[in-house]
Write a protein that binds this ligand. Structure first.
Ligand SMILES: Cc1cc2nc3c(=O)[nH]c(=O)nc-3n(C[C@H](O)[C@H](O)[C@H](O)COP(=O)(O)OP(=O)(O)OC[C@H]3O[C@@H](n4cnc5c(N)ncnc54)[C@H](O)[C@@H]3O)c2cc1C
Length: 542
């Protein structure tokens, strides 16, 4: 055979993984400490090694071998079960066992939300599909805590124990949760929900639900927080998969969605046929009740998109530091350096704002100003960071040339995943309109943004000018059609504020390129006079 060797394999980078995603990420290590999550530093560090090692390796098959719906067993009984690749369960077990869904509720000392956000960021880099059930499980807790009879559910999320068995929750040490709001006739406008909830009487807040949900992710969850029309209006309910005695609840999975990406995660369509559900919050207060869950899922969209950017950047840097073209490593070619540096700046800014919002969420119960900041900054950050991810991932793919288009790199998977965070949990326009609503109706929201922006005043004149130009919009009303323009500028200003206050070495380059028109519409258009080496060296430990 050796005689027939046609060529030597040369100039190809080594495998990307196993890789310690915590050790490699200076910006994450700094952000965890800065935002108050340091008490859990050891746990987060261990998860970084797991995510870049075992989970990264398991993720390929969990994604490729998509979940399958089994509506009936061999005897014709309805079972409404989804079968996953075994790696899906191993990934879920590792994630839940390490606190990706429960740490915030397992430890009520300050900083737990921040550490959980870091875990979520690391997890999303390896396997974003499983992040959907993890996020919904985490985010359900503040809603469950509003009901005096559903405390057991919240406790079983805080237990950080994955149990995929299809049993009533009394027989399980840990549970997962899903969420059902979107119906065929309307997703953004949930007030148009037609599912009907009829009280069963008896004083225990039990209802029977008839209707459907058009998108119903993680349908193997133990319970679902759903919206339905009760006699006094749209109301939030907990709908369990199994009833307390163990019987199957009366809902049917009609089919699974054939999705662009997010393949390891199952998303279904469901019909409720007098399904039993327990009311959470008052009748007619469904949107207000479920809002706390939605805020937390939106924070995870920010973290998830920031994580996709970080993984895409890491792949690009890994390749560019090993691959030679025209006599030089790609990372030493001036134009490639501009692209990589620009991506590194964007990635760090996305992480910095996400972790700042995680701190605000953490502090919310103790500090009304932080609660006001979390409320508006989540909508601002969700819009902008999720909007940036698809273009970012595509640019990182291009750094690998043809290899970035091939499935064995993780990049095609990230590319298919990237648009999703922008679409679900309130699509882009809905976030922007939410920002306008908060500015118009809640004076504390505008004040919280103003305070945050003022905390970095005087450090960069381009930043100061950008903030000054925003003041009129914070004070007055903005036309709906102008909402994206405003929210984009608010997001850039908040990112700049966090980077500057953190004394990030990239803060100056961020301000210089993101304010004042010194940057084009594509990545790789930083001013040539900027030091392109600094962001690259900070983002990548060779
Ligand atoms: C893979 C996947 C999984 C999902 N899983 C779940 C789930 O588990 N549970 C769940 O409840 N939902 C789920 N969803 C649904 C998702 O949250 C909705 O698709 C999303 O909220 C948008 O709703 P819609 O599809 O009805 O679009 P529409 O509400 O029809 O909106 C279409 C577009 O119009 C824009 N728009 C709407 N109103 C306005 C306005 N007033 N002004 C300007 N623009 C506007 C929106 O921003 C959007 O871009 C999932 C979606 C996907 C893709």
């Amino acid at each position: 055979m050796a005689r027939f060797q046609t060529h030597a394999v040369d100039n190809q980078p080594p495998e990307f993984a196993p890789r310690d995603l915590w050790r490699d990420d200076i910006a994450l290590r700094e952000a965890l400490a800065r935002e108050g999550g340091d008490a859990h530093g050891g746990r987060v560090a261990r998860y970084g090694a797991l995510a870049g090692g075992e989970l990264y390796a398991l993720s390929f098959d969990a994604h490729r071998d998509r979940p399958r719906l089994r509506t009936h067993d061999r005897f014709g009984h309805r079972i409404d079960t989804v079968e996953f690749h075994p790696n899906y369960h191993r990934i879920m077990q590792t994630a839940i066992g390490n606190g990706v869904a429960g740490l915030s509720w397992a430890d009520d000392a300050p900083g737990a939300h921040v550490a959980r956000a870091a875990l979520c960021y690391l997890h999303n880099q390896a396997e974003p599909g499983t992040s959907c059930p993890l996020t919904m499980t985490h985010a359900a807790v503040p809603v469950l805590q509003q009901s005096p009879v559903l405390g057991e559910w919240a406790d079983k999320i805080a237990a950080c124990c994955y149990d995929p068995r299809d049993l009533a929750i009394g027989d399980k040490p840990g549970v997962t949760l899903g969420m059902g709001m979107t119906e065929k006739q309307g997703g953004s406008d949930v007030r148009a929900n037609t599912t009907v909830a009829t009280p069963l009487g008896g004083g225990d807040d039990e209802y029977a639900l008839v209707g459907h949900k058009w998108f119903f992710s993680a349908p193997m969850s133990d319970g679902f927080l759903v919206l339905a029309q009760a006699p006094a209006g749209l109301t939030c309910f907990l709908l369990p998969r199994r009833l307390p005695g163990g019987a199957k609840n009366a809902f049917a999975l009609m089919r699974l969605k054939d999705k662009l990406g997010d393949w390891s995660n199952a998303s279904g369509e469901v019909e409720f046929m007098d399904a039993r559900a327990w009311r959470v919050g008052d009748e007619g207060r469904g949107i207000a009740t479920i809002l706390q869950m939605v805020m937390l899922t939106r924070l995870d969209c920010m973290l998830g998109s920031a994580a996709q950017m970080r993984m895409a950047l890491a792949q690009a840097l890994h390749h560019a530091t090993q691959r030679v073209a025209f006599g030089k490593r790609l990372v030493d070619q001036p134009l490639m350096r501009n692209v990589l540096a620009d991506l590194a700046i964007e990635s760090e800014a996305a992480l910095a704002l996400s972790m700042r919002v995680a701190r605000a969420v953490d502090a919310s119960p103790r500090d009304p100003r932080e609660a006001a900041f979390a409320r508006i900054a989540t909508a601002i950050g969700k819009y902008w960071i999720c909007k940036r991810a698809p273009a970012f991932v595509n640019e990182a793919q291009e750094c690998l040339g043809g290899a970035g288009y091939i499935e064995e790199s993780i990049l095609p998977r990230l590319y298919r995943q990237a648009p999703l965070n922008s679409i679900w949990e309130g699509s882009g326009n809905i976030q922007c309109l939410d920002v306008l609503r908060a500015l118009a109706r809640e004076s504390s929201a505008a004040d919280a943004v103003r305070t945050e922006l003022a905390s970095a005043a005087g450090l960069d004149e381009r930043y100061d000018a950008a903030v000054a130009s925003l003041e009129a919009s914070l004070r007055g009303s903005v036309e709906e059609a102008g909402a994206r323009w405003l929210v984009e500028r608010l997001a850039l200003a908040l990112q700049a504020a966090v980077l500057q206050r953190a004394r990030s070495p990239l803060a100056g380059a961020f301000c210089r390129s993101r304010f004042g028109g010194a940057h084009g519409l594509a990545f790789g258009t930083l001013p040539t006079s900027l030091d392109h080496g600094l962001p690259i060296e900070r983002a990548w430990i060779e």
